[in-house]
Write a protein that binds this ligand. Sequence first.
Ligand SMILES: NC(=O)c1ccc[n+]([C@@H]2O[C@H](COP(=O)([O-])OP(=O)(O)OC[C@H]3O[C@@H](n4cnc5c(N)ncnc54)[C@H](OP(=O)(O)O)[C@@H]3O)[C@@H](O)[C@H]2O)c1
Length: 293
Amino acid sequence: MILVVGGTGRLGRALVPLLVDAGHQVRVMARGASQPFPGTAGGGVELLRGDLASEADCRQAVAGCTAAVFAASGFGVKDSDPRTVDRDGAIRLIRAAADAGVEHMVMMSMHGAAHDGPIDFLRCKAMAEEALRTSGMAWTVIRMGALLEQRLELMTAPLGTKGKVLVFGSGSAPVTYTSVRDAAAIIVRALSDPALRNRVIEWGSQTLTANELAEAVLKRAGHGSVQRIPAAAERVLSVAARPFSPFLARVAKAGIWEESGAIAFESAPARAEFPDIPVTGLRQVLETANLGG
Ligand SMILES: NC(=O)c1ccc[n+]([C@@H]2O[C@H](COP(=O)([O-])OP(=O)(O)OC[C@H]3O[C@@H](n4cnc5c(N)ncnc54)[C@H](OP(=O)(O)O)[C@@H]3O)[C@@H](O)[C@H]2O)c1
């Protein structure tokens, strides 16, 4: 049995069917708060409504599992935050899993994760990574870039109603994106390939600027124009929004970090190690994207 915590999220939803196709029994754990919780499970999938904040829920989630994937997050969730989910929730789950005899855990992390990272999310991820590395279980840390589909959702949110594609900051900073399909593929591989045990892998799909993303989106949509959110507005929001919307404040702060170019990394070495995993980049994602819908 493989546990997928956050199995109802963007990545989790893509991962679970791949694991089932690969012959695994899967247990999905999520609260059913930010994402709809499926009413019924398909074959090979068990649904567990649980909260990473609860010790009892974590213990129930890992019981009988040989492996676990941490794909939950509090970053993009309005009623939560990275400290509760990506740090404390992850550490709670890691301890429960190690106690229960889970053999291997895959942790979804981010490029730039570090104890002195410039945003809280990166510091939380670094603490979760460390807890996993010292847990006694076999471990794999997958550091992604920004999730491509999430970014497209954010940029194209006003496209249907206002004909606008949002570009934050200058739009000229390079950002390495990881597509959901690529992230799911490397998790499936990590669960079966010993070469991916006890190591950190930096896993990206394509490096692009926001201006390049916007141009491709507008071309695909056939209508609309760019609306720019200046870097100065992000700086103001990252502080001023804290009291009424910590969510908005951390998204703005992440935007400032992104503007520095630090979210771009060299993904070729890792991709060269797994040449049979095809790269799913912007062109492939846009082919099936429902833009602004
Ligand atoms: N998105 C990115 O750009 C990015 C970049 C680097 C790394 N990552 C990592 O990649 C993974 C997948 O990200 P994603 O964008 O697919 O996430 P997502 O779509 O935001 O989904 C988050 C998932 O976590 C669940 N969750 C949140 N709080 C929870 C809690 N307290 N207990 C149990 N489940 C909880 C959510 O369901 P409920 O809220 O209903 O419980 C949902 O299933 C995460 O670990 C994330 O940190 C993401």
